[in-house]
Design a protein around this ligand. Structure first.
Ligand SMILES: *Cc1c(COP(=O)(O)O)cnc(C)c1O
Length: 396
């Protein structure tokens, strides 16, 4: 065996923070000829499908489906409740908040951005200051990214709701749960979220191409007061269709719907509460290993406080630009693809682990074992006992 012999032959493991691993049941459900889009099975499955989507989001309110990625859901959500010239508040803990805010600006909405940098969660006092300063309620919505996938920070949505309530501020609470839905606990109605956007390719385990906007009565009232809404993004016909065609503003994403049906069956068979605790446990195993490696002072976890770490993605930094070499090693030699660094000052040093969706204990141990192997091969200093620490969490 030569030193650089590849061991990548076999099933590749895509451990990036979306798209996530697609379950075989989802792939198989999609492997079929095109169905009739005017009558029959596809049309009849919609009421249960939307009900089961709402169960994952923990809401009894409305959902509109878009044939789009998460960016489409971002634009859809903004387009239904904001008029050019209105203001939104965007507390940013990573690249994705900036992205959503930039999209709002392109729609003529004014953005008041509070940037907490790429490694810190929201500071509620600073958000409170901004809301207090807004005595005449120019701020119509807060763009709240639950888990920012670039930084792997999880922000405290219930605390933001409590703040808005305490200050009696009427701004809509709009949450981006693209990286958190089906991974981290999220309770749309209990947490008082007015609008929630998500997409199908992360915790929902379906190939990229569908996204969703959930909205409650407060958001509906704002939509009703809009002077006009783009015909394609309008959530009204999609959420209350007179006939099947209106769900999608045109031809249905036929195969995606079958895939999503299978994914929702997996989620509800396991139980959403169990899905959350599985992600939490697997995430703790990932952190346990990373914290051991970090003792060697080359690897750093981006988020120090466990309470603010996502259960679906972990952002890491390897000093000296060694994130990229580590990723290429695991991909070329082990068949393990890790996520690139995003939104960080030194992207060559940064990389991310996706641990979302269709994921179990042996996959997490394989992921961690692959990183251990790459660090050994690249002679990266690291604390010992990382895999033992992860195993102890899974065994515990
Ligand atoms: C992935 C992601 C997006 C973007 O979704 P796309 O499907 O790539 O458009 C936005 N926000 C968050 C938090 C994400 O994780």
């Amino acid at each position: 065996m030569t030193d650089n012999m590849s061991l990548a032959q076999g099933r590749n493991y895509l451990a990036i923070p979306g798209p996530s691993v697609i379950p075989d049941a989802v792939l198989q459900a999609m492997h079929r000829p095109s169905p009739n889009i005017y009558a029959g099975e596809l049309v009849e499955m919609m009421p249960d499908l939307t009900a089961d989507l709402r169960r994952v989001a923990r809401t009894r309110h409305e959902v509109a489906i878009y044939i789009a990625n998460g960016h489409g859901a971002w634009e859809a959500a903004l387009s239904n409740v904001l008029v050019p010239g209105e203001t939104v508040l965007a507390p940013a803990s990573g690249r994705f908040t900036h992205g959503w805010a930039e999209m709002a600006e392109r729609l003529g909405v004014k953005v008041e951005l509070i940037d907490f940098g790429p490694s810190d969660p929201w500071d509620m006092d600073r958000i409170a200051q901004a809301l207090r300063a807004d005595a005449d309620h120019r701020i119509k919505a807060v763009l709240a990214v639950h888990v920012d996938t670039s930084s792997s920070i999880r922000n405290d949505i219930p605390a933001l709701r409590a703040l808005l309530d305490d200050l009696n501020h009427p701004a809509l609470l709009m949450a981006d749960c693209i990286a958190s839905l089906g991974c981290d606990r999220f309770e749309m109605d209990d947490w008082g979220v007015d609008v929630m956007v998500t997409a199908c390719q992360k915790g929902l385990m379906t190939p990229a191409g569908m996204s969703f906007v959930f909205f409650n009565d407060r958001a509906k009232a704002k939509r009703a007061a809009m002077p006009r809404v783009s015909a394609y993004w309008d959530w009204l016909p999609r959420s209350e269709p007179d006939w099947f065609y209106q769900y999608f503003g045109g031809t249905a994403p036929t195969h995606h719907l079958y895939g999503l049906r299978a994914a929702l069956d997996l989620i509800h068979a396991e139980g959403i509460e169990h899905v959350w605790t599985r992600h939490a446990r697997l995430a703790r195993a990932v952190w346990a290993a990373c914290e051991k490696w970090a003792e060697g002072r080359a690897l750093h976890l981006n988020v120090g406080d466990r309470a603010h770490r996502s259960h679906a993605v972990t952002a890491l930094r390897l000093t000296g630009g060694r994130g990229t070499p580590l990723r290429s090693y695991t991909e070329r030699h082990l068949g393990l693809t890790l996520g690139i660094g995003l939104g960080m000052a030194d992207e060559e040093s940064c990389f991310r682990l996706g641990h979302m969706g269709h994921l179990n204990g042996h996959m997490v141990m394989g992921l961690l074992g692959g990183i251990e192997t790459a660090m050994a091969a690249l002679e990266i200093p690291r604390g010992s006992g990382a895999l033992e620490a992860a195993a102890a969490v899974l065994a515990g």
